[in-house]
Design a protein around this ligand. Structure first.
Ligand SMILES: Cc1cc2nc3c(=O)[nH]c(=O)nc-3n(C[C@H](O)[C@H](O)[C@H](O)COP(=O)(O)OP(=O)(O)OC[C@H]3O[C@@H](n4cnc5c(N)ncnc54)[C@H](O)[C@@H]3O)c2cc1C
Length: 506
């Protein structure tokens, strides 16, 4: 490590950590990132099975249109030239199919086309559909990440304190058809909160970015990570991997530095923690937080988990829609993420980002063979195996995974047709896998939940020099975690000054 004094240690190299590190380093701070995993990137990492690359946690995002927030932020950071967004097919980005009726609805990356499609399928609900879309647009017209002319501070103050409206109540007041209600609630899959617990504002904040545009990225989430690594190295950021932070040292209410697993100490005056917020109290010197805060933050509920099968599509022609879009088979109403053990035919999602994006690039045929199946999963399904070490997990867990894999493929076949039976499983991810890979206590795929009952932990903590960012701390997904990184950098360098630098950068 270079001998220059370190200003800031960033714990975690997911997109929130990479973003905050990039912003601080570009503005002259000396930053070190410490990552527990062997490879940087957090949920955006890729892995390969049988020559097919799979993303752990990225399929598509909003915010990448010219002048939209990720495009602007990545241009400011110098990352944008390294990344090639792939616009979703003009036929739509998500196809929703209802198991019971066979009704199909397409989600389009434009308010107008989304509205037209929903009105074509549910003509009696035209007024309610217009009201819903108008409501989402109206809420997001006040969010600076979507209107870059707005200041950041008033939004952050209100976002954390406002009394939100329950999502089911809001949707049910606008449309009555239970299938349409499910379609309007379906963006909840992108922030991982069961609709029954979700609030309208968080829903709007996520849904709007997709109604405004949806993109894959050439090379998946890993391409974003690689783009960042190149730029960060140019700014002198050091990244230590394969070594977790065991202790965040606090003395007299101020940060002193961190201790790594190998007992090495790194002194610094600022630490940004981007892992799951619930783990923070166990990392800091005991007594650093008030007992009430410790209790609240440790009790933060995770977003939903998923059981995921990564496979090879041996009969791709049997599922031609996967060439263009993500396929969702769902039930009517608001039980999209209902307990899979209780609801035998819960939601199933099929996506083949490599194949979908091959429409734009013809250079990696093998990635076109990959397919990912997902269904909501509960921690309770794998809790009994959780004490076993990830390397020594025994035959019981393997048997459970094999049965769950078979069940998911059959469930997909029931929803999308016999073509799914041609899927050859190559790997599977359970709530346990996500807990181990991402460090979320119950395998939540987006970190902490933003639900109506749960408080939102702010970026600035009571310990001077200690900040939070990421794993759902502000918002979820690639876009939400990037915004968390931006806000945390703003807390250190001045919120509006940082925001101005980014949004006025051309
Ligand atoms: C299955 C799945 C599908 C998804 N699909 C999409 C999608 O299509 N679109 C989208 O926008 N988003 C998607 N997401 C969500 C998106 O990937 C995440 O919201 C985002 O990447 C989170 O970034 P982050 O930086 O907040 O957290 P992470 O990426 O989880 O990074 C946190 C990092 O901190 C490290 N860490 C934690 N504690 C320590 C410690 N003590 N010492 C050192 N390191 C530590 C962890 O190892 C990890 O690398 C998906 C996620 C999953 C899991």
């Amino acid at each position: 490590m270079s001998s220059r004094k370190i200003d800031t240690i960033v714990i975690g190299s997911g997109i929130s950590g990479l973003t905050v590190a990039g912003l601080l380093a570009k503005n002259g701070r000396r930053v070190v990132i410490v990552e527990r995993n062997r490879k940087p990137g957090g949920a955006l990492r890729r892995f390969t099975r049988d020559g097919i690359p799979f993303d752990i946690g990225f399929h598509y995002t909003g915010g990448l249109g010219r002048g939209q927030i990720l495009d602007v932020l990545w241009r400011y950071l110098g990352v944008r030239p390294e990344i090639t967004p792939v616009p979703m097919h003009p036929d739509g980005y998500d196809y929703f199919r209802f198991r019971a009726s066979g009704t199909e609805v397409r989600a389009y990356y434009s308010y107008e086309r989304a509205g037209e499609q929903m009105c074509a399928v549910f003509p009696d609900e035209a007024a309610g559909i217009a009201r819903y879309l108008g409501t989402i647009k109206n809420i997001c017209g006040k969010i600076p990440f979507y209107d870059l002319d707005l200041p950041l501070s008033p939004f952050l103050r209100d976002f954390f304190s406002s009394q939100d409206r329950p999502l089911p109540e809001a949707i049910a007041s606008m449309v009555k058809n239970p299938e349409l209600q499910a379609v309007l609630a379906a963006p909840a899959f992108l922030y991982g909160v069961p609709p029954a617990k979700a609030g309208l504002t968080m829903h709007a904040a996520v849904a709007h970015s997709y109604y405004q545009g949806a993109w894959g990225i050439r090379g998946g989430g890993q391409a974003v990570v690689d783009g960042f690594l190149k730029t960060l190295t140019g700014h002198g950021v050091e990244i230590l991997t394969g070594q977790g932070v065991e202790k965040i040292e606090v003395g007299n209410g101020c940060i002193n530095g961190v201790t790594l697993a190998d007992r090495r100490r790194i002194p610094a005056g600022q630490v940004i923690y981007t892992g799951h917020p619930a783990h923070l109290p166990d990392l800091v010197t005991p007594g650093s937080f008030r007992p009430a805060f410790t209790h609240r933050i440790k009790g933060l509920e995770d977003t939903i988990s998923m059981f995921t099968v990564f496979g090879r599509m041996n009969r791709p022609a049997a599922l031609p829609a996967l060439d263009r879009a993500n396929l969702y088979c769902i039930n009517r109403g608001f039980d999209l993420m209902a307990d899979p053990a209780a609801v035998g035919n819960g939601s199933v999602l099929l996506t083949a980002p490599g194949r979908r994006d091959l429409n734009a690039f013809d250079d990696d045929r093998r990635s076109g063979d990959g397919v990912i199946l997902m269904r909501p999963a509960n921690w309770s399904e794998t809790a009994r195996f959780s004490r076993e070490n990830s390397r020594t997990r025994g035959a019981g867990y393997r048997e459970w995974k094999t049965a769950a894999t078979k069940n998911l493929i059959e469930r997909a076949a029931a929803g999308f047709g016999e073509g799914c039976l041609g899927i050859e499983p190559l790997a599977a991810g359970s709530p346990l896998t996500f807990r181990d890979e991402l460090g979320s206590p119950a395998g939540g795929i987006y970190g902490v939940q933003h639900n109506l009952q749960q408080f939102v932990a702010r970026a600035r903590t009571k310990v001077q020099g200690l900040y939070l960012s990421g794993q759902g701390s502000l918002m979820t997904g690639l876009l939400g975690a990037s915004m968390a990184g931006l806000v945390t950098a703003g807390e250190i360098m001045g919120l509006e000054e940082t925001w101005d630098k980014v949004r006025k950068w051309q």
